[in-house]
Each structure stands twice: as C-alpha cells, then as structure tokens.
Design a protein around this ligand. Structure first.
Ligand code: 2P0
Length: 351
C-alpha cells in the first residue's frame, strides 16, 4: 500500500500508535456491473466487473485495537453502529483476526462523506478503508491483490476501491475448490489510454434504498429469467470495455457502460417480485442524456442500486453536461467527479 503523510488529516489528528491505523478510500462506479454472487459467504461474483474510482466522497476509517475490550465497537459518522451494519463490520474484523492470529477486539471509527445506502457506493469506500486500516492495525503485511481480496469479503465492490483510476475485479475460476476460487477473485488496475473522463453525478434522492443491493442481487439471481442472459452478455461487455479503454475510445466506453447498466436493471425488473430502483427523476435524467447525444455531446448514463444517475463524459464536456442535468432535475444535487486514488493509510501505525 502507498503510505503518505498528508498535510491535512480528515479526522482529529490523534497520532496513530501501535495497534492503531487510519485509512482513506473513495467509492467507485462500475462501468461493467457486479450483480449476483455465486458464493455468498466468500462474496464470489458470477461475472467480472470494471469500475472507475472517484475523487469525491472519501471515507476515513480509524481502527484501534483494544486488548481489554470483550467485543468490537463501530462508530459510523459519530453514531454507534447497530443491526446489519454492526454485524458486517464485526464479521469482517473476525476474518482479519483469523488471518492475523490475534485475538484483540477493535474500535472502528468511520467518517463517510457520501449518503449511506443510496446507491452511491458507500460500502465500497467503507470496506476498502476498513480493510486497509484493519490490516495495518492487526499487523498484516498484505500486497494490493491480497487487500483487494480481503476488502471483497466485506463488500464485493470494495475490492475495486483498493485501486485508483480504472480497476477490473476478476470473477475468478468457477472450477476447483471454494478456497481456490477465493484466491482467484480480486481486483487490479486496468491499462487505459488517455481518456480524461468525468462522471457527472446526479443525486436525485439521497435517502436509503428500500431493498438492499445484497437482497436485490440474491432475488435477481434466484428468480429473474433475464439474469443468465445478462451475465453471459456482461462477460462480452467486459472484454469489449477493456479493449475500448486500451484504445482510449470514450464513445465506445460510454456505449458499453450504458447498455451493461440498463441490462442489469432489466434483470431486476424481471425478478419476482420485481426490484425497481429507477424513479421518474432517473428517467428524466436519462432523457436529458439522450438529448445531449443528439446535440453531439458524448454523454452516457449508468445507474446502480438506487435512482441516482452517473453520466460519463469527457472532462472537457463535464460542465456542459452538469448544467444540462441540473436543468433536468432542479431539486437534485449535481457534482462532477474525476478518477480518484486508491485506498491508502493516512499515517504509519499498527505495527
Ligand atoms: C457494482 N453494485 O458493480 C454494482 C452495481 C450495485 C449495482 O456492487 O453484497 O454493496 O456487499 O457484495 O458491493 C453494490 O453491491 O454488494 C454493487 P455486496 P455491494 O458497483
């Protein structure tokens, strides 16, 4: 992992000491989607996916080991975590303890700058930051592929936020033992030609979603007749996407990303019962994106497990695209993101 000594630390600059580490990570937006697990416990996906890590909405997480504590403690934005969030963090720390062969419980203090559970990838930045901080606090010396595999166990998309820029998460071999497959599923950076991309993010609703992405993808895999055809075509989309990135063809990147995302939403619309994340405001933005293309602007939409829309375009067109999207959803919040950095420790600690 890259380590750095920033001049501004995002949380109270309490010096990290042995058994303590602080990490920062950013969310990523998938251009080829992850939707569906073949193994729930190991978080192994049916298909590979590919994303761009953002330079907005960082998550900062501090992990402090507490040899006296009888249980883990998690604080999210200053509030003690409860329920499913707490369970997932504790399960993740169990995994880290197993790897490190250490018994201490930990205090996890996380500051998220992105709305949680709104389809804006808070679990990606959250578990990437937690993986990097917890590995350091427990004294694990992991390379980036191993950190990516670890982050994946917290949340699949977190495997990609370990890396900056564009990253591909390999589904891993679907033959062999589960353990072999576990080792084979990790993310790594993707070679790209110069693209100068931007993602215009239209937050049309920052509220938490009604159906978690975990539940929605389970239901889709189990009941949607469109799931298998989408998964097959998504494998082709991934190969096409990698080729388009290699040759720096932003138009092809956008077209492939848009069709892959619309296909993913089709799979869930066909689930029983249906999962529909797209709202009228989503469709309004999609119409505006089509209008931009008719006007000669290369703009392409992608949507995740929520109604918010991310519009891929060139950096040079980003302000024009953002203005058009603002006009379409005056009640929404629109911001421009670029490619961001991978997860990293904010200072030395944990050894
Ligand atoms: C993605 N999403 O590729 C896809 C597209 C949402 C739509 O990854 O169950 O929070 O924790 O592995 O990573 C959201 O799913 O799910 C997601 P889990 P995660 O970005």
């Amino acid at each position: 992992m890259r380590r750095e000594h920033p001049t501004t630390v995002l949380r109270p600059p309490e010096q990290d000491t042995a058994g303590t580490a602080t990490a920062v990570a950013h969310p990523n937006i998938a251009l080829i989607k992850y939707w569906g697990k073949r193994d729930e416990r190991l978080v192994l996906p049916w298909t590979g996916s590919l994303s761009m890590t953002l330079d907005v909405f960082p998550t900062t997480t501090r992990v402090r080991l507490d040899a006296e504590a009888g249980h883990d403690e998690a604080i999210l934005n200053g509030v003690p975590a409860t329920g499913e969030a707490r369970r997932r963090i504790t399960a993740f720390l169990e995994l880290v303890r197993e790897l490190a062969g250490r018994p201490e419980r930990a205090v996890v203090d996380t500051g998220n700058t992105v709305p949680t559970g709104a389809g804006l990838a808070s679990s990606a930045s959250g578990f990437a930051a937690l993986a990097v901080a917890a590995a350091a606090a427990y004294g694990l010396d992991l390379d980036e592929a191993a950190l990516s595999r670890l982050a994946r166990r917290g949340s699949g998309s977190a495997s990609r936020s370990v890396f900056g820029g564009f990253a591909v998460w390999h589904a891993g071999p679907d033959t062999g033992t589960a353990a072999d497959a576990d080792l084979g599923s990790y993310a790594e950076p993707v070679p790209t030609a110069d693209l100068d991309p931007a993602l215009v993010i239209a937050v049309v609703n920052a509220g938490p979603k009604a159906v978690s992405s975990r539940e929605a993808m389970r239901r889709t895999v189990d009941t949607s007749p469109l799931y298998r055809p989408w998964a097959a075509s998504s494998k082709d989309d991934l190969a096409d996407m990698r080729a388009a990135l290699r040759r720096g063809d932003l138009e092809a990147v956008g077209e492939i990303a848009e069709r892959n995302a619309l296909g993913m939403h089709a799979t869930m619309l066909a689930a029983r019962p249906a999962v529909r994340y797209l709202s009228p405001a989503t469709v309004t933005v999609l119409d505006r994106v089509l209008q931009l293309r008719r006007d000669g602007v290369g703009a392409y939409a992608t949507m995740d497990a929520g109604p918010n829309v991310k519009v891929l375009c060139s950096r040079a067109d980003a302000e024009r695209v953002a203005e058009a999207v603002r006009g379409a959803v005056p009640d929404g919040t629109v911001l421009v993101a670029g490619p961001g950095r991978g997860a990293r420790l904010l200072n030395e600690g944990g050894r």
